[in-house]
Design a protein around this ligand. Structure first.
Ligand SMILES: [Zn+2]
Length: 220
Protein backbone atom coordinates (compact mmCIF):
# COMPACT_ATOMS: atom_id res chain seq x y z
CA UNK A 1 0.00 0.00 0.00
CA UNK A 2 1.44 3.42 -0.87
CA UNK A 3 1.94 6.28 1.56
CA UNK A 4 3.53 6.70 4.91
CA UNK A 5 2.66 4.79 8.04
CA UNK A 6 0.32 7.56 9.24
CA UNK A 7 -1.41 7.91 5.88
CA UNK A 8 -2.13 4.18 5.76
CA UNK A 9 -3.32 4.26 9.36
CA UNK A 10 -5.73 7.09 8.55
CA UNK A 11 -7.16 5.14 5.64
CA UNK A 12 -7.80 2.15 7.85
CA UNK A 13 -9.28 4.31 10.60
CA UNK A 14 -11.58 6.34 8.37
CA UNK A 15 -15.29 5.79 8.46
CA UNK A 16 -16.72 6.96 11.74
CA UNK A 17 -18.17 10.30 12.66
CA UNK A 18 -16.09 12.59 10.48
CA UNK A 19 -13.67 10.89 8.14
CA UNK A 20 -10.32 12.64 8.02
CA UNK A 21 -9.66 14.43 4.76
CA UNK A 22 -7.21 12.70 2.51
CA UNK A 23 -3.77 13.91 3.52
CA UNK A 24 -2.29 16.14 0.87
CA UNK A 25 1.11 15.11 -0.34
CA UNK A 26 3.56 17.60 1.03
CA UNK A 27 7.05 17.89 2.33
CA UNK A 28 5.60 17.89 5.84
CA UNK A 29 4.06 14.49 5.31
CA UNK A 30 7.20 13.19 3.70
CA UNK A 31 9.44 14.44 6.46
CA UNK A 32 7.57 13.24 9.52
CA UNK A 33 8.01 10.26 11.76
CA UNK A 34 11.77 9.89 11.61
CA UNK A 35 13.41 6.92 13.17
CA UNK A 36 16.80 6.93 14.79
CA UNK A 37 18.82 10.07 14.22
CA UNK A 38 16.84 13.18 13.35
CA UNK A 39 17.44 16.89 12.91
CA UNK A 40 16.66 18.52 16.24
CA UNK A 41 16.21 21.82 14.44
CA UNK A 42 13.22 20.42 12.58
CA UNK A 43 10.11 20.86 14.75
CA UNK A 44 8.17 18.21 12.83
CA UNK A 45 10.91 15.64 13.32
CA UNK A 46 11.25 16.62 16.96
CA UNK A 47 7.49 16.25 17.44
CA UNK A 48 7.37 12.72 16.03
CA UNK A 49 10.43 11.72 18.04
CA UNK A 50 8.23 12.13 21.13
CA UNK A 51 5.51 9.84 19.83
CA UNK A 52 6.06 6.19 20.73
CA UNK A 53 5.34 4.35 17.50
CA UNK A 54 6.90 1.09 18.64
CA UNK A 55 3.54 -0.68 18.60
CA UNK A 56 1.62 -1.82 15.54
CA UNK A 57 0.43 0.80 13.03
CA UNK A 58 -3.10 0.46 14.43
CA UNK A 59 -2.14 0.46 18.11
CA UNK A 60 -2.02 3.56 20.31
CA UNK A 61 1.00 5.80 19.86
CA UNK A 62 1.42 7.52 23.21
CA UNK A 63 3.03 10.92 23.61
CA UNK A 64 6.17 10.49 25.70
CA UNK A 65 6.71 14.19 26.41
CA UNK A 66 4.89 16.37 28.93
CA UNK A 67 1.24 15.81 29.72
CA UNK A 68 -1.63 17.83 31.15
CA UNK A 69 -3.22 16.71 34.39
CA UNK A 70 -5.96 15.14 32.28
CA UNK A 71 -3.30 13.05 30.51
CA UNK A 72 -3.21 14.78 27.12
CA UNK A 73 0.19 15.34 25.55
CA UNK A 74 1.37 18.96 25.59
CA UNK A 75 4.01 20.34 23.29
CA UNK A 76 5.70 23.65 22.56
CA UNK A 77 4.53 24.60 19.08
CA UNK A 78 4.40 27.87 17.16
CA UNK A 79 5.57 29.79 20.19
CA UNK A 80 3.01 28.38 22.61
CA UNK A 81 1.86 25.22 24.31
CA UNK A 82 -0.50 23.03 22.32
CA UNK A 83 -2.11 19.65 22.64
CA UNK A 84 0.06 16.97 21.03
CA UNK A 85 -2.86 15.05 19.51
CA UNK A 86 -4.06 18.21 17.75
CA UNK A 87 -0.59 18.77 16.29
CA UNK A 88 -0.52 15.11 15.18
CA UNK A 89 -3.79 15.74 13.36
CA UNK A 90 -2.55 18.95 11.74
CA UNK A 91 0.65 17.32 10.52
CA UNK A 92 -1.07 14.35 8.95
CA UNK A 93 -4.59 15.43 8.01
CA UNK A 94 -4.38 19.22 7.74
CA UNK A 95 -5.89 22.26 9.46
CA UNK A 96 -8.56 21.88 12.15
CA UNK A 97 -11.72 23.86 11.40
CA UNK A 98 -12.82 26.46 13.98
CA UNK A 99 -15.00 25.13 16.78
CA UNK A 100 -14.12 21.54 16.01
CA UNK A 101 -12.56 19.10 18.46
CA UNK A 102 -9.93 16.52 17.70
CA UNK A 103 -11.27 13.47 19.52
CA UNK A 104 -9.88 10.04 20.34
CA UNK A 105 -11.74 6.98 19.17
CA UNK A 106 -9.45 4.95 21.46
CA UNK A 107 -10.34 6.88 24.63
CA UNK A 108 -6.62 7.21 25.38
CA UNK A 109 -5.72 10.89 25.98
CA UNK A 110 -1.96 10.74 25.20
CA UNK A 111 -2.47 8.80 21.96
CA UNK A 112 -1.20 10.57 18.82
CA UNK A 113 -1.93 7.86 16.25
CA UNK A 114 -3.74 9.81 13.52
CA UNK A 115 -5.84 6.72 12.79
CA UNK A 116 -7.29 6.98 16.30
CA UNK A 117 -8.25 10.65 15.94
CA UNK A 118 -11.27 12.20 14.33
CA UNK A 119 -13.02 15.54 14.18
CA UNK A 120 -16.17 16.16 16.19
CA UNK A 121 -18.25 19.04 17.52
CA UNK A 122 -18.47 20.24 21.10
CA UNK A 123 -22.01 18.80 21.26
CA UNK A 124 -20.77 15.37 20.10
CA UNK A 125 -18.10 15.54 22.71
CA UNK A 126 -20.35 16.40 25.65
CA UNK A 127 -22.97 13.80 24.74
CA UNK A 128 -20.27 11.18 24.63
CA UNK A 129 -18.59 12.30 27.84
CA UNK A 130 -21.84 12.08 29.79
CA UNK A 131 -22.65 8.71 28.23
CA UNK A 132 -19.25 7.38 29.25
CA UNK A 133 -19.39 8.86 32.72
CA UNK A 134 -16.49 11.19 32.02
CA UNK A 135 -18.18 14.24 33.51
CA UNK A 136 -17.24 14.05 37.16
CA UNK A 137 -20.06 14.47 39.66
CA UNK A 138 -20.55 13.69 43.32
CA UNK A 139 -18.00 11.21 44.63
CA UNK A 140 -16.10 11.35 41.36
CA UNK A 141 -15.67 15.12 41.46
CA UNK A 142 -12.26 16.72 41.90
CA UNK A 143 -12.74 17.94 45.50
CA UNK A 144 -13.90 14.49 46.63
CA UNK A 145 -11.12 12.61 44.92
CA UNK A 146 -8.40 15.12 45.78
CA UNK A 147 -9.36 16.69 49.11
CA UNK A 148 -5.70 17.54 49.61
CA UNK A 149 -6.06 20.08 46.82
CA UNK A 150 -8.83 21.93 48.65
CA UNK A 151 -7.73 25.43 49.56
CA UNK A 152 -7.86 26.03 53.29
CA UNK A 153 -6.43 29.53 53.21
CA UNK A 154 -3.92 31.60 51.38
CA UNK A 155 -0.96 29.73 52.80
CA UNK A 156 -2.22 26.47 51.32
CA UNK A 157 -2.73 27.87 47.86
CA UNK A 158 -0.35 26.92 45.17
CA UNK A 159 1.74 29.90 44.23
CA UNK A 160 2.52 28.86 40.70
CA UNK A 161 0.53 27.10 38.02
CA UNK A 162 2.25 25.22 35.24
CA UNK A 163 1.49 25.57 31.55
CA UNK A 164 -0.06 22.12 31.66
CA UNK A 165 -2.33 23.30 34.48
CA UNK A 166 -3.43 26.24 32.34
CA UNK A 167 -4.30 23.97 29.43
CA UNK A 168 -6.21 21.72 31.80
CA UNK A 169 -8.10 24.65 33.35
CA UNK A 170 -9.26 25.90 29.94
CA UNK A 171 -10.07 22.37 28.87
CA UNK A 172 -12.18 21.71 31.96
CA UNK A 173 -13.87 25.10 31.70
CA UNK A 174 -14.81 24.28 28.11
CA UNK A 175 -16.40 21.13 29.47
CA UNK A 176 -18.63 23.26 31.70
CA UNK A 177 -16.77 22.80 35.00
CA UNK A 178 -17.49 25.79 37.25
CA UNK A 179 -14.95 28.49 38.08
CA UNK A 180 -15.34 27.67 41.76
CA UNK A 181 -14.62 23.98 41.23
CA UNK A 182 -11.54 24.81 39.14
CA UNK A 183 -10.32 27.31 41.75
CA UNK A 184 -10.61 24.60 44.39
CA UNK A 185 -8.95 21.92 42.28
CA UNK A 186 -5.95 24.06 41.39
CA UNK A 187 -5.63 25.96 44.65
CA UNK A 188 -6.02 29.44 43.17
CA UNK A 189 -8.59 32.19 43.47
CA UNK A 190 -11.59 32.27 41.14
CA UNK A 191 -10.40 35.59 39.72
CA UNK A 192 -7.23 33.83 38.61
CA UNK A 193 -9.28 31.14 36.87
CA UNK A 194 -11.35 33.85 35.16
CA UNK A 195 -8.23 35.59 33.86
CA UNK A 196 -6.86 32.33 32.50
CA UNK A 197 -10.12 31.50 30.73
CA UNK A 198 -10.43 35.01 29.29
CA UNK A 199 -6.76 34.82 28.26
CA UNK A 200 -5.89 37.90 30.30
CA UNK A 201 -3.33 35.65 31.94
CA UNK A 202 -1.20 32.91 30.38
CA UNK A 203 -2.07 34.14 26.90
CA UNK A 204 1.00 32.39 25.47
CA UNK A 205 -0.43 28.96 26.30
CA UNK A 206 -2.37 27.73 23.26
CA UNK A 207 -2.27 31.20 21.65
CA UNK A 208 -5.30 30.45 19.49
CA UNK A 209 -8.54 30.25 21.46
CA UNK A 210 -9.60 27.45 19.15
CA UNK A 211 -6.74 25.39 20.48
CA UNK A 212 -8.15 24.99 23.93
CA UNK A 213 -11.84 25.59 23.51
CA UNK A 214 -11.80 22.79 21.01
CA UNK A 215 -9.82 20.60 23.10
CA UNK A 216 -9.75 17.33 23.97
CA UNK A 217 -11.92 14.92 25.04
CA UNK A 218 -12.80 11.65 23.91
CA UNK A 219 -15.46 10.08 21.94
CA UNK A 220 -16.04 6.49 20.87
ZN1 LIG B 1 -5.05 5.41 20.40
Amino acid sequence: MPGTLAQRAIMRGAGSVVAPPAPAPSTVLESKMPTGVYDRGDPVARFWSKVDQSGAPDSCWPWVGGRTTAGYGSVQWDGGVQYAHRIAWRLTAGPIPASIFVCHRCDNPPCCNPAHLFLGTHADNMVDKVAKGRVARGEASGPRRHPERMAHGATHWRVKLTEADVLAIRERAASCETRRSLATAFGVHESCINKIIRREAWAHVAPSAADDLNTPSLIL
